[in-house]
Design a protein around this ligand. Structure first.
Ligand code: FAQ
Length: 328
């Protein structure tokens, strides 16, 4: 537990000493000067709640995000692809651990976070609630989902909460390699046989619309947290800015390989902005609130791992405890 009291993420913000106007002004001045906020520094309760919500959701996304790709490790088409995929999935789980550690600095234990995940109380990225049906899905995830993650994380790495920014910097280095392995697999299929191209096109169609268009979150008219998060430099770009950045960087790369995207409205305007069909945001909220194609399956796997891995964690803790008491 650090400086200020931890508040349940879904609890209403309470009026405490945290809202002291002088402290708040000093806190906001620090952020305006570009200083990092560290765990023992004073922070408003609402800042703590928001940063914790975001890091925790991000950590869960990495852990759950390992599952769709993980199901293809045993079915990778070559030894080289299998090795790369194993390393990539392992990295994603490592990102989850880094992020849980960053979230713990805000006062919530890892056990509490994992419990909230497996009980369905916490959210994680919409995109991992869709199935990976073929090897081409792995190419699309590695290329486009990792690209999307990089757009988001490069922006937020310049944010105000020190532990999160440092974790993101390291994560971005690794995501860049993931992107390369995804792009390499994507190109191999795009220049492959007609059957390989057809498999890739099918995967692209399914992941682009709506999952990838939902990935950066709803537009400003629907977004709940953007104003506050941007005021406190937790979030460094609006959802729509990130979506536009992603489209601008990656649509040309997809088109230059002769692949198509399942959106007839997709086009670049002269001012550099992109037009696209708005995805169904009601569907987005259904998916993130537990009613997507794979939510139940994903959480069931995590629950299974939690229950069946308990004896390993307990054995390791016992060993660690014995080592910590050398004269007992
Ligand atoms: N999925 O008010 P906003 C990865 C929720 S990591 C699910 O706009 P905010 C690595 C939001 O929580 C991917 N929920 O929210 C990898 C809120 O609900 P709440 C994860 C979403 O926070 C690659 C409500 O909608 N990255 O891919 C999503 O200002 C490959 C209203 O939305 C992060 O978590 C969504 N897409 O902006 C792993 C990055 N979007 O909590 C394996 C950190 C919105 O009030 C393989 N997070 N919601 O009930 C962020 O940057 C922000 O939280 C946003 C959303 C931009 C995701």
């Amino acid at each position: 537990m650090y400086g200020n009291a931890y508040i349940e993420p879904d609890a209403k913000p309470v009026a405490t000493i945290d809202e002291d106007p002088e402290k708040l002004a000093e806190f906001e001045a620090r952020i305006a000067r570009g200083e990092k906020i560290e765990p023992d520094d004073w922070m408003p309760a609402e800042y703590r709640r928001q940063v914790l919500r975001m890091i925790e959701q991000h950590a869960h996304s990495e852990i759950i995000g390992a599952l769709p790709e993980g199901t293809w490790i045993t079915r990778a088409p070559t030894l080289r692809r299998k090795l790369a995929l194993i390393a990539k999935v392992q990295d994603e789980v490592g990102h989850g651990h880094l992020l849980y550690s960053a979230a713990e600095t805000l006062g919530k234990t890892r056990e509490a976070m994992i419990n909230d995940l497996i009980n369905g109380k916490s959210k994680y990225s919409n995109i991992f609630n869709y199935p990976a049906k073929s090897w081409a899905d792995i190419a699309v995830i590695g290329f486009l989902v990792d690209a999307g993650a990089i757009v988001n994380q490069l922006a937020n790495a310049k944010g105000s909460y020190g532990p999160y920014c440092r974790a993101l910097e390291r994560i971005c280095y690794e995501e860049s390699f993931h992107l390369k392995q995804g792009y390499d697999a994507f190109v191999a299929l795009a220049v492959g046989t007609p059957a390989q191209r057809a498999m890739l096109q099918d995967a692209l169609n399914r992941w682009w619309f709506p999952p990838m268009m939902h990935f950066f979150g709803p537009p400003d008219t629907i977004s709940v947290h953007t104003e506050k998060l941007m005021r406190w430099k937790v979030k460094m770009a609006r959802n729509e800015e990130m979506r536009q950045d992603f489209i601008e960087q990656y649509v040309p790369k997809i088109w230059e390989l002769g692949m198509t995207l399942p959106d007839p409205a997709l086009k670049r305007n002269e001012d550099g902005t992109w037009e696209y069909t708005q995805p169904d945001w009601d569907e987005f909220f259904r998916v993130i609130n537990g009613d997507g194609p794979c939510n139940k399956e994903r959480l069931a796997v995590r629950r299974y791992a939690e229950e069946n891995g308990r004896w390993v964690r307990e054995a390791m803790m016992n060993t660690a405890m014995k080592r910590m008491v050398p004269y007992a």
